[in-house]
Design a protein around this ligand. Structure first.
Ligand code: TYD
Length: 133
């Protein structure tokens, strides 16, 4: 089993629509240091193709849908993201690729660290070595 968690956020909904608030504390697994978001990606593009040495992330598809392929070096799992009320929590040492973007897909990533290229493992063979496979 690839280690990840799907977080179910509390939705404040009424006749005006829906709202999710994410705050440091019980509802969120780490202190957020960085937020980035991705949109305008063609459906068949494969993004990601890396793992992180230390970084944890919660990934939310705030609009549309896409597929995350998670790989721990031994197993692969596909997780579909299509619900803004859910967040995919991934810790370090998980190789991820994401694809099958709907036209309206917006992916927001909440990250535990500032951007650091040294934290990236961009070569799959190096990843396998680092996780001991
Ligand atoms: P990259 O990590 O390759 O995107 P993805 O894994 O989603 O395909 O990042 C794309 C570009 O954006 C790359 O030039 C680095 C830059 N970038 C930042 O400057 N800060 C960030 O926080 C992130 C995630 C990327």
């Amino acid at each position: 089993m690839v280690e990840y968690k799907m977080l179910n956020f509390k939705v404040h909904g009424n006749h005006q629509g829906s709202l999710v608030a994410l705050e440091k504390g019980e509802d969120f697994p780490f202190e957020i240091k960085r937020v980035y978001y991705i949109w305008n990606t063609d459906g068949d593009v494969v993004r990601g193709k890396h793992a992180h040495r230390k970084l944890e992330q919660v990934i939310v598809c705030t609009s549309g849908s896409c597929d995350f392929i998670l790989d721990n070096g031994k197993e692969r799992e596909v997780v579909r993201l299509d619900n803004p009320a859910q967040g995919l929590h991934i810790k370090n040492n998980i190789w991820r690729e994401f694809t099958n973007f709907s036209k309206d897909c917006v992916v927001m990533v909440l990250a535990s660290e500032h951007y650091s290229e040294e934290d990236y493992i961009r070569d799959y063979d190096v990843f396998l070595k680092e996780v001991g496979v």
